[in-house]
Design a protein around this ligand. Structure first.
Ligand code: NAD
Ligand code: GLY
Length: 362
């Protein structure tokens, strides 16, 4: 049942996020309500489709849609143009026209790829996000960033393309591996740390319940995260300003992922390490107290997430940071927390000094 609905106001691209437990069976009725028609191409992968496709198919068919399953290989390493072509091939083989639509059933990899296929197939067909990882429920399914990786960089090819709706069933998280679940909690901490002090306190008070996947706590955490992200996207859909705040913890997190070849850490784990360092830098710059810093670190530790930067030379970190998309002539755009629940965007030119604060010297 859907227990909470969040509206993302983007003019004629507005949409609703429905959050509940067991509401997956409502996908057919939702698509009908949206006025969608024809064939629903469900893009999923070899892990998620065996778990949830049958229910999605039954619901879509009961609502009068034809269905087509496009099951892709599982993993970030398949988020590329070859796999994207598999989606196009399936849509062309089934002669899907503009009267059809895509349902993205899976985590962020599937959501990003299926969303980009929807943005580009026949110059755009509608799509609905059905995210099944915690990270995709609180972050990637909301806000319209879609795309694939290029051999030379992550998410280099893509489009801003908003879904027609997002259906979130937290019961699908029951089958999510523990490590993936915790990594998703890392992205949730971000919203509290830089955008909502009360939500941060909620996370502190309910860390144990969240780790136990308590339904009510999860629904609240997912709803609040979607509402905060929605607010940011409404202000700045194309990341010209405020949306960059969502990169809190990501600057050093991405450096960690790059240096470790995307194999040692899940994205949310690298972001957790990045948030600990961002809190340390914010405290050193005088933007937050030692107590605020300690609270951020304690919450991340209590959620079972890593905090330490892996040991690489300062030069390697500086090199990785200088490739960050956000580096301009004026310096690296670094998101600091301003107390807890607030933020400051700083341009940093002296990367050596920044790394020294993090304990990374020459
Ligand atoms: P993922 O999609 O790779 O999913 C993680 C693993 O969990 C996969 O093996 C998947 O098959 C499996 N899985 C998914 N749902 C499951 C379920 N309910 N039960 C059991 N297993 C399940 O990873 P992710 O963390 O969801 O997403 C990461 C991707 O999201 C990255 O490619 C990243 O670039 C992207 N991303 C996009 C945005 C955006 O705004 N578009 C934001 C953040 C991240
Ligand atoms: N995940 C960051 C963004 O959507 O902007």
């Amino acid at each position: 049942m859907t227990v909470d609905t969040i509206k993302i106001e983007l003019g004629d691209r507005s949409y609703e996020i429905g959050i509940g437990a067991g509401n997956l069976d409502g996908i057919g009725a939702l698509c009908k309500k949206l006025g969608l028609s024809g064939t629903a191409a469900v893009v999923s992968n070899t892990t998620v489709a065996p778990l949830y496709f049958q229910r999605v198919e039954a619901s879509l068919q009961a609502a009068g849609f034809r269905t087509l399953l496009v099951s892709l290989p599982d993993g970030e390493s398949y988020k590329n143009s070859a796999t994207l072509n598999l989606i196009y091939d399936a849509l062309v083989d089934a002669s899907l026209d503009r009267g059809s639509f895509i349902v993205a059933l899976g985590g962020g990899v599937i959501g990003d790829m299926a969303g980009f296929a929807a943005a580009s197939y026949l110059r755009g067909i509608p799509f609905v996000q059905v995210p099944t990882t915690l990270l995709s429920q609180v972050d990637s399914s909301v806000g319209g960033k879609t795309g694939i990786n290029h051999p030379r960089g992550k998410n280099l090819i893509g489009a801003f393309y908003q879904p027609r709706a997002v259906l979130i069933d937290v019961a699908t998280l029951d089958t999510l591996p523990e490590r993936e679940f915790r990594a998703g909690l890392g992205e949730i901490v971000k919203y509290g740390a830089v955008l909502d002090r009360d939500f941060f306190s909620f996370l502190e008070d309910n860390a144990k319940l969240l780790l136990a996947r308590d339904r009510d706590s999860l629904i609240h955490a997912v709803s609040r995260s979607c509402a905060i992200k929605g607010y940011v996207v409404e202000q700045d859909e194309r990341e010209g300003g405020l949306r960059a705040v969502l990169n809190y913890g990501h600057t050093l997190g991405h450096a960690v992922e790059t240096l470790t070849g995307y194999t040692n850490y899940l994205h949310g784990e690298a972001v957790a390490i990045g948030m600990v360092q961002a809190a340390r830098i914010s405290q050193q710059y005088g933007f937050c107290s030692q107590e605020d810093h300690d609270r951020i670190v304690s919450l991340i530790v209590s959620l079972g997430l890593p905090t330490e930067l892996p040991p690489f030379p300062a030069q390697a970190y500086a090199e990785a940071l200088s490739h960050d998309k956000k580096v301009r002539q004026s310096g690296l755009l670094f998101i600091c927390n301003n107390g807890i629940g607030g933020h400051r965007m700083e341009r940093i030119k002296d990367l050596t000094a920044l790394l020294e604060i993090c304990g990374i010297g020459e």
